[in-house]
Design a protein around this ligand. Structure first.
Ligand SMILES: *[C@@H]1O[C@H](CO)[C@@H](O)[C@H](O)[C@H]1NC(C)=O
Length: 300
């Protein structure tokens, strides 16, 4: 206590030093808090030379950081993206930052079954292997929209498109085994339910949150059933909650509540994960050795 009092007295005589000390302690605390909230980091040293990975929605956010890390480890990375020109920019950036030229973009619109089929037809015709499939693309809490197939958009993109994609590629995943299917879900699945009688909210009032929760629960149920069906084939399946991450996923939330979003942007910056931090759970599922016994598990 004596030392503490002397330091304090000393600082009292030196106001500049005092404010500098208070400022430094605050900054260090904020940095430490952000790092702690940032969560775990994938520590696997696994390299991926000769491996092929496919990531949906890889042009931004968590998907882009996942693509960058897997490219860094030497994989051939196929980015399945709706907006090809934006994806080409991201691919270029990843090629430059990793020195890996095997980063390619293929057009994939998960809201369209026809687009998924066209994508997988080309993929199967041009790729000889698929070791890691990352079902990452998603939309969150958008207004009610109906796809060309007559599906509500969140269920269509977050679940149905990925369901078809994975099933179309399952033979290739099995012939490439050991292989993994990783599906990015969300903690939003909690409290969600599958509205079996009205999956697309045609009879009941559409609620963007209920639909989002349903689609994220579907990701988890899909992973569990896929794990059951692929048991013993060398394909392992995982799903995960990445944390609360600053990405474009919040675009519909921002347009719905613009004032709240602006007011909350500073606390959001403080409390939300960066896309790199947000990619760590996905990377753990892609890379950590020995997870096979846990096929069907949910990570967070
Ligand atoms: C899929 O391919 C067919 C045949 O090439 C084409 O007519 C159709 O427009 C494609 N669909 C999409 C959504 O790209």
């Amino acid at each position: 206590m004596e030392v503490y009092r002397r330091v304090w007295d000393f600082l009292d005589y030196n106001p500049v030093l005092k404010y500098a000390a208070v400022g430094t302690v605050s900054i260090v605390s904020v940095v430490a808090l952000r790092r702690w909230l940032g969560g775990g980091v994938c520590s696997s040293q696994v390299r991926l030379q000769g491996k092929t990975v496919l990531i949906t929605g890889a042009n931004t956010g968590i998907g882009k950081e996942t693509a960058r890390e897997l490219a860094q480890r030497g994989a051939r990375v196929v980015m399945g993206c709706r907006d090809v020109s934006r994806a080409e920019q991201a691919a270029l950036e990843i090629r430059v930052s990793t020195g890996n030229q095997e980063v390619v973009v293929r057009q994939l619109d998960l809201s369209s079954l026809s687009s998924v089929r066209n994508f997988t037809t080309e993929f199967l015709a041009t790729e000889t292997h698929l070791h890691i499939l990352v079902n990452n693309a998603g939309v969150m809490m958008c207004p009610r929209m109906v796809t060309e197939d007559g599906f509500e958009l969140q269920l269509a993109v977050n679940h149905l498109g990925h369901f078809l994609l994975t099933n179309q590629l399952l033979d290739l995943l099995q012939s490439s085994a050991p292989s993994r299917v990783i599906t990015v879900s969300s903690i939003a699945h909690k409290g969600g339910k599958i509205h079996f009688k009205d999956l697309h909210f045609e009879q009941t009032t559409y609620d963007p949150l209920l639909s989002y929760q349903q689609s994220k629960l579907a990701n988890i149920l899909f992973t569990r059933e896929l794990a059951r069906r692929t048991k013993g084939t060398g394909v392992s399946c995982f799903c995960l909650h990445p944390g609360v991450v600053r990405t474009e996923l919040g675009r519909y939330v921002e347009t719905r509540w613009p004032l709240a979003s602006t007011l909350l942007s500073l606390p959001a910056w403080l409390l939300m994960k960066s896309p790199w931090q947000g990619a760590q759970t996905t990377l753990h599922c892609c890379l950590s050795p020995g997870l096979e016994a846990c096929s069907g598990c949910y990570f967070r």
